[in-house]
Design a protein around this ligand. Structure first.
Ligand SMILES: [Zn+2]
Ligand SMILES: [Zn+2]
Length: 360
């Protein structure tokens, strides 16, 4: 397999790009289209059978090259113009700096790094930019150069890597439960407390836990644009990446799996002691006897705009490329904000998203 994937137009040889609006690969030169259905057929055929399920024992690090290649930078040759394309350690799709052709980097998407699924972008670049401008127009304190035409040149669609896990646990609970009732006899109230020994066991299933699989993305911001709708997930095909940027993961399967299993385990006590109205109190110990993870490595679409202020601080705007949910840490015009703070007595240190809502 060649190191780079550049999808050639069958009619004119131009570089095909995935266009969300048409749900097809489109040649920007002659308009030839290749429908999504034919992309998907190939994707399903190319998918190794076992890719989607990696059960309990984490695959050994050595065997699957869990860590990305050692070197920080790596160069590829554009098949369109021959220029050298230098990429960062996790870049999986980019554009040639010289001829602007989309380039998908195969080694970053093969073997242990081949995603199991991808949610394709649902919106064209121009529509995403329009939405961003409409969003910013309502914000009074944002620095004007954040939305300058030069700045908007950097507005890009990026596929970010995530780990997903469905955890199945066989668990049991042993403890004590009580019911309390009272009866009025004349002036005397009798309170009856009954004590029960409680044993429960069963299978608990926690689905679709998620962790970002790239260390450098801000957890806070990527949480802010959640959730992604899983109905939109497609089997991975590198065609979807053509024309977009994509990052490969640097978080190992073992790290992500351990973290998500811990989260799932944290839900067991609550689930086992949830007995509705049957008892007044329940306490005891819950145990997990068996835990099976179904890990999947997936790419999610995000529109990103980055802005470097005068200081070292960077600001971001992110929009969910599937649902349009937005989140941002926006550069403030401190002159305007100072005035506003004085009037309202508000202290605003920055703008962050919590639970997908804009705090402002
Ligand atoms: Zn063409
Ligand atoms: Zn080129």
């Amino acid at each position: 397999m060649s190191n780079v994937n550049q999808f050639k137009c069958p009619a004119c040889g131009g570089a095909l790009e995935y266009r969300p609006g048409q749900k097809a690969m489109v040649c920007p030169y002659c308009g030839t289209t290749v429908e999504e259905e034919s992309i998907l057929q190939e994707a399903v055929q190319g998918q190794p059978e076992t890719a989607a399920v990696q059960e309990q024992a984490p695959v050994s690090e050595e065997a699957t090259q869990e860590k990305p290649e050692g070197e920080e930078l790596r160069s590829y040759h554009c098949q369109n113009c021959g220029a050298e394309i230098v990429t960062g350690p996790t870049t999986a799709a980019t554009r040639c700096y010289y001829c602007h052709s989309p380039v998908v980097l195969n080694p970053r998407l093969s073997d242990a790094f081949r995603p199991d699924g991808v949610i394709p972008f649902q919106m064209e670049l121009q529509e995403a930019k329009n939405r961003f401008q409409a969003f910013i127009a309502k914000k009074r304190f944002v620095r004007k150069d954040f939305v300058s035409p030069q700045q908007l040149e950097d507005f890009s669609g990026v596929y970010y890597p995530y780990w997903m896990d469905d955890v199945t646990m066989e668990a049991s609970f042993d403890g004590e439960a009580t019911t309390v009732s009272s009866i009025q006899r004349g002036a005397v109230t009798e309170t009856h407390t009954r004590h029960y020994q409680l044993h429960r066991e069963g299978t608990l299933q926690v689905n679709r836990l998620q962790r970002k699989a790239l260390n450098q993305t801000s957890r806070l911001l990527s949480d802010g644009i959640q959730p992604f709708q899983m109905e939109g997930m497609r089997p991975f095909a590198s065609e979807y990446l053509s024309g977009f940027l994509a990052e490969s993961r640097d978080v190992t399967l073992a790290e992500a799996q351990a973290d998500m299993e811990k989260e799932a385990q944290g839900m067991v006590y609550g689930a086992m002691t949830h007995v509705g109205d049957a008892f007044h109190s329940v306490k005891g110990n819950a145990q997990v006897h068996k835990m099976v993870s179904r890990m999947r490595y997936v790419l999610f679409p995000v529109w990103v705009l980055t802005y470097r202020g005068q200081g070292k601080e960077s600001f971001y705007y992110m929009m969910n490329g599937q649902t349009g949910q937005v989140c941002g840490k926006l550069p403030l015009d401190t002159g305007k904000l100072g005035l506003f703070s004085a009037i309202c007595g508000l202290a605003v240190a920055g703008l962050l998203c919590l639970g997908g809502a804009m705090l402002w």
